[in-house]
Design a protein around this ligand. Structure first.
Ligand code: TXA
Ligand code: MG
Length: 330
């Protein structure tokens, strides 16, 4: 059974506490209902992926109360200023470079150097953002592969008790996800069509704004496929049971019995050559640490990164998907 409450001051205050405690809230916006968590808390973000049952880590949209708050997370440029001026609050998501020191969890951004930010045009979303005081990572509140929810009941039917509290505020006005506009490259590109059209964007930005699939006829048309994934420079070796000399270790669970062939124990490697996704074998903690630790080990100058086996259950499926892609360098 889901916990659904009519959105009012009291339930919004309760939802803010759920967010601050690392929980998940069904959040009404003008586009679709979102599944929201504290974007700064990697373990809370890991719960989003678990609840959606996504077999992979896609980057999530980070919701903020206003353009100024967005500017604290990402580097804004002249196009972003114009787009924000014309369409925020509203159904437009902007992809921009992450600011140095941006505190949003690496998992929420799938390890990418860019971040998707949006200012929702909905009283309840705005009230929750203000009440909890943190940016909210929120994909649509449905299990992976099903339709996006436009009523609180859709959220309850899809996610059940995986969501701690659903704030009910009737059907969504737009009922279609936000337009995703990439402003991090040489020209603005719409990665996902939505409520705001490319024509409207061209007008506001004063430049031609194209849909991603119309740029290259041979390119894949699914926005998900246009997404570049973060890939380390150092090769990854999966399901390692020991280390070759010169390799760094990405451990999961106890690393007590990991040895370096002919050269002692892994625990005696220099600190920059060793990371542990979760010493206790907690998959939420492992997901939260995944991108940051791969990046750190990528800096160590190792011949390869040996990764211990991660169970193929729950969030382990998405973690393994990400590791396999990094290992294959696609
Ligand atoms: O209307 C909406 O946008 C809803 C409500 C809840 O705000 N949210 C939503 O989120 O649809 P989600 O996670 O289902 O969609 C996120 C989209 C995906 O297509 C993803 O690939 C893209 O944004 N995206 C996110 N970060 C990106 C990045 N750094 N680069 C390129 N695309 C990105
Ligand atoms: Mg979705």
């Amino acid at each position: 059974m889901s916990n659904i409450k009519t959105a009012n001051n009291e339930s919004i205050a309760e939802a803010a506490k759920v967010i601050q405690a690392g929980g998940l809230v069904g959040l009404p916006t003008e586009t679709v209902y979102g599944l929201a968590a504290n974007a700064l808390d990697g373990k809370a973000v890991a719960r989003i992926f678990e609840a959606k049952g996504r077999p992979s880590f896609n980057p999530l949209i980070i919701h903020v109360p206003d353009a100024q708050s967005a500017g604290e997370l990402v580097e804004r440029n002249a196009w972003a200023e114009a787009a924000a001026e014309s369409f925020w609050p509203g159904p437009l998501t902007l992809i921009l470079p992450r600011r140095a020191g941006c505190a949003v969890s690496d998992l929420a951004g799938a390890g990418l150097p860019t971040l998707a930010v949006r200012v929702p045009d909905h009283k309840v979303a705005q009230a929750l953002l203000k009440a909890c005081g943190v940016p909210l990572a929120a994909p649509s509140a449905n299990v992976s592969g099903s339709l996006s929810p436009t009523t609180p009941l859709h959220v309850a039917e899809s996610l059940g008790d995986q969501v701690d509290l659903i704030l009910a505020a009737g059907p969504c006005k737009i009922g279609l996800e936000s337009t995703v506009l990439d402003l991090s490259g040489e020209a603005p590109v719409v990665l996902r069509p939505g409520g705001v059209t490319a024509e409207e964007l061209s007008e506001a930005l004063g430049v031609e704004v194209a849909y991603a699939h119309s740029i290259d006829e041979t390119a894949p048309k699914s926005p998900g496929m246009l997404l570049k994934h973060y890939a380390p420079q150092t090769p990854l070796r999966l399901d390692a049971i020991d280390l070759n000399p010169g390799e760094a270790l990405l451990a999961f669970g106890s690393e007590r019995f990991m040895g370096v062939k002919g050269a002692g124990a892994a625990k005696d490697l220099p600190a920059e050559m060793r990371r542990n996704l979760s010493e206790t074998g907690d998959l939420y903690e492992a997901a939260a640490n995944l991108f940051a630790m791969i990046k750190e080990l990528d800096q160590a100058g190792a011949a390869a990164i040996a990764v211990m086996n991660i169970p193929q259950t729950g969030l382990g499926v998405a973690i393994n998907d990400r590791l396999q892609r990094a290992a294959e360098k696609d």
